[in-house]
Design a protein around this ligand. Structure first.
Ligand code: CP
Length: 324
């Protein structure tokens, strides 16, 4: 595996889940695979789970790890080509990337959407520059449009907690005071479409996700109807993806005070089949979900986070096996 961005990069999901199970049973089984190999984790944005779980995964495989926080200690990087660099950015990404590639064997990238230029974000410009100019295998640690390590961990978690062969999984939009990217819902939709689940998406009109990720999945604008009979509720906020109106890309379409009926509370969960609550974290309590729902025994937010170590170990193992 030379690139990990989309579910297709993973191949057969049953095989991927079997590897996850193998790693979970013995997370140090491949502890010499990464000997004398170095992972460089490049963060353009903050992180708690991705930073810790991916570093732990690399350590499980015997790798060395370097972490670069681009906005805390490195030169400020210009990412656009053709600009006159007379501002505060001292180095261009097109030199920085091949330099980074000199010091490592594998690169993980966290680079969120800017949410101003839809074409730039949806082309995954920064990720593809790393892939092209580093000369190393590259994987997404949440990029402009996707967060596959999260989606894989979510799939592992659903597999571990499902009570029927084909559970009903609902992705629901929930309110948030800030404009957030679509990476998590995009990847969750893409991976659920590829998995053997009954998948439904619910959100207010105007927040339609890109068809490239959702395919022809059922979108139900009535949240209550969507929740009926659900086995898993996956809550997430996202800003307008700009599918029907590109001018709205990255915007919050309604004042969040008017959208609090979308917050997942006990009444919402009573519409379900005693569903598990899921969220990628970090989560804003009282906005996305109420305290009682996230603290309930049916909440899976901590097992999901724990499975980030497993998904990252499987992905790094695949990459190391391909570069040996
Ligand atoms: N879910 C997730 O990616 O968390 P962090 O942003 O803390 O890494």
């Amino acid at each position: 595996m030379k690139s990990f961005l989309n579910v297709q990069d993973m191949g057969d999901l049953r095989q991927a889940l079997a590897e996850a199970q193998e790693i979970k049973a013995d997370r140090f089984k491949y502890d010499t695979l990464g000997k004398n190999k170095t992972l460089l984790m490049v963060f353009f944005n903050n992180s708690l789970r991705t930073r810790l779980s991916t570093q732990k995964a690399a350590m499980n495989l015997g790798m060395n790890v370097i972490v670069l926080d681009v906005n805390a200690g490195a030169w400020k990087l210009e990412t656009e080509r053709g600009v006159i660099m007379d501002g505060d950015k001292s180095e261009h990404l097109l030199e920085a990337i091949p330099v980074m590639g000199c010091y490592c064997d594998v690169i993980g990238i966290r680079s969120f959407a800017g949410l101003t230029d839809r074409d730039y974000d949806y082309a995954e410009t920064v990720y593809h520059q790393f892939l092209k100019y580093s000369g190393k295998p590259v994987f997404a640690m949440e990029t402009a449009t996707v967060h596959p390590l999260q989606a894989f961990a979510d799939l592992i978690t659903i597999e571990e907690h499902k009570k029927s062969n084909r559970p009903k999984v609902v992705l629901t939009w929930a309110p948030h005071p800030k404009s957030l990217p679509q990476a998590v819902p995009n990847s969750f939709a893409q991976w659920m479409n590829a998995a053997d689940v009954d998948f439904v998406i619910t959100h207010p009109e105007g927040y339609e996700l890109d068809p490239k990720f959702v395919g022809d999945v059922r979108v139900e604008y009535d949240q209550k109807k969507a929740f009926e009979g659900a086995d898993f509720i996956y809550a997430k906020n996202w800003s307008c993806p700009g599918v029907t109106n590109p001018g709205d890309y990255g915007k919050i379409l309604h004042d969040y005070h008017q959208m609090m009926r979308w917050t997942v509370d006990a009444e919402h969960m009573s519409w379900t089949n005693n569903a598990h609550f899921m969220h990628c974290l970090p989560v804003r309590r009282g906005m996305i979900v109420t305290d009682d729902v996230i603290e309930a025994p049916t909440s899976l937010v901590i097992p999901e986070a724990a499975n980030r170590e497993i998904s990252a170990t499987v992905v790094l193992k695949r990459i190391l096996q391909s570069v040996k």
